[in-house]
Design a protein around this ligand. Structure first.
Ligand SMILES: Cc1ncc(COP(=O)(O)O)c(C=O)c1O
Length: 465
């Protein structure tokens, strides 16, 4: 017989006997719960209804439910904790309903100095909530429909003002497409390139592995450009239809793209009709060098500019934006429309309010000061404890690179850090393929929450001793 439980706001559908001897009802309840867990219908971590409520709803005695829960706890299907709800347990090597193993849930490292993350504990929760409340109050009901595939007009207007003011981007709001982070935007660009018959894209020899994977998934082959103290080297471009660059702050080596090379990339794009994809992932964070404006301003018809809220706010927001040249705009918007990957409208309207009210700039200034202090502490520690090692890319961003003698020392230091429960990446993971020509650690000093930063730093320095 089917029953549902709804009195305290949770629905739990179970196929179970509710009549007959208590032991039969209990066995049937246990079997129903086991089957629901085994099939994946009740996922690990799901809170079950309190025994009194479930008993009321099923019309059975309360101790029938408590005994069934106790039995399933003993068998490892459920977890019971004093003072909190009984939950579905996570079981190692679990197999999902389709026969595939469930996604492994590895324990996060206690200390984390991996690059690519801001300090998410500094996310301005109260200010974001206030902006969200204001956005929801002011939005007409029509704003809650499917909306434009380019993104909410309010956010595009706010971003157009911000990007022109703070990053010197040349744009009108109708050239902006809001996307689910830069990585998702890159997927749209890759699809649009393929639609134009472009099969090869140049990438920096050291760069984000996920970005190379996104290009590969779209069927685009990559060609690696050398990277040195002046950023990416513009050579061998005859073979490619587009180039992906991090001009303001090469990721992860930290150089700003040399002015002559900027001109050379732009001259190539103008001559061949090639496209430059500018990944401006941490343009807000400059410490002791002049802020570099976006490369897009030099050639708005040849550059797709990409930005993200992942560094200044939080990656979990999944909010990013593209400023697209007119020739590519329709294709990108069509791809977005077909992909159904637009970020939720409420998050878009909240970010618009956050920017327009000045909270975004205030937050960036606040965290920039905090990250700069962390960077100074890290450089100070490295200078004292590992004076022979050279650091590069210090004057901007949320990470720096510490050069090591060879790949063996890189592996050894990463392992020594891991033995101290500290996660840090070696340069090899950023290399586009072939034999890496340099070794080192990429240290993301923004990643740990403030209370864990000193301990993470101490562990790193001990591992380097
Ligand atoms: C080089 C680079 N570009 C862009 C991003 C941002 O990607 P997304 O906006 O998809 O979070 C990151 C984040 O780690 C990055 O390291």
């Amino acid at each position: 017989m089917s029953q549902s439980w709804a009195n305290s706001g949770l629905d739990l559908h179970l196929d179970t006997w509710t009549r007959g001897r208590g032991s039969r009802v209990r066995a049937s309840l246990e079997a129903g719960l086991r089957a629901a867990i085994q099939s994946g219908r009740l996922a690990p971590g799901t809170a079950l209804p309190p025994s009194r409520a479930l008993a009321y709803d099923l019309g059975v005695a309360r101790n029938t439910v408590t005994e069934a829960y106790a039995q399933l706890i003993a068998e490892g299907w459920l977890i019971g904790r004093q003072g909190s709800a009984t939950r579905v347990a996570q079981r190692p090597g679990e197999v999902g309903p389709d026969g595939a193993a469930t996604f492994p849930q590895s324990a996060p490292p206690r200390y984390d100095l991996r690059a690519g993350f801001p300090d998410v504990s500094s996310f301005p929760r109260a200010e974001w909530s206030a902006a969200e409340r204001a956005a929801l109050t002011n939005a007409p009901s029509s704003a809650l429909g499917y909306g434009s595939p380019s993104g909410a007009v309010e956010l595009r207007a706010a971003l157009a003002g911000y990007l022109a003011r703070a990053r010197a981007v040349r744009l009108r709001s109708d050239r902006l497409v809001v996307c689910g982070g830069f990585t998702s935007g890159l997927g749209l660009i890759a699809d649009a390139l393929r639609a134009r018959g472009i099969e090869r894209v140049a990438v920096e020899r050291y760069g984000h592995a996920k970005h190379r994977a996104v290009l590969a998934a779209a069927g685009v082959r990559t060609f690696a450009l050398p990277v040195d103290a002046g950023g990416a080297v513009p050579e061998g471009l005859d073979e490619v239809g587009a180039v992906l660059l991090t001009p303001a702050h090469q990721f992860p080596l930290g150089a700003a793209l040399d002015a002559k090379r900027r001109s050379a990339f732009i001259a190539w794009a103008a001559r061949t009709g090639g496209l430059i994809i500018e990944d401006d992932y941490d343009g807000e964070f400059r410490y002791d060098r002049r802020a570099l404006g976006a490369m897009q301003a030099l050639a708005p018809d040849h550059v797709v500019y990409g930005g993200t809220a992942s560094k200044a706010l939080a990656p979990g927001l999944r909010l990013g934006w593209l400023v697209v040249p007119p020739t590519l705009l329709n294709t990108i918007v069509e791809r977005m429309d077909a992909s159904h990957q637009q970020p939720g409208v409420l998050a878009q309207l909240t970010l618009a309010t956050f920017i327009e009210s000045g909270r975004y700039d205030r937050h960036v200034r606040r965290v920039r000061t905090a990250y700069r202090m962390r960077r100074d502490k890290l450089v100070d520690g490295l200078t004292r404890r590992a004076p022979a090692l050279r650091t590069i890319g210090l004057n901007a961003g949320l990470h720096l690179t510490l050069e090591l003698a060879d790949s063996a020392s890189e592996t050894e230091v990463v392992e020594r850090c891991a033995a101290r429960d500290l996660a840090v990446d070696g340069l090899a993971g950023y290399h586009a393929g072939g034999a890496p020509d340099r070794s080192g650690l990429v240290i993301g000093y923004a990643t740990p929450p403030p209370h864990a930063f000193s301990a993470a730093l101490a562990r790193l320095l001990t591992a380097l001793d």
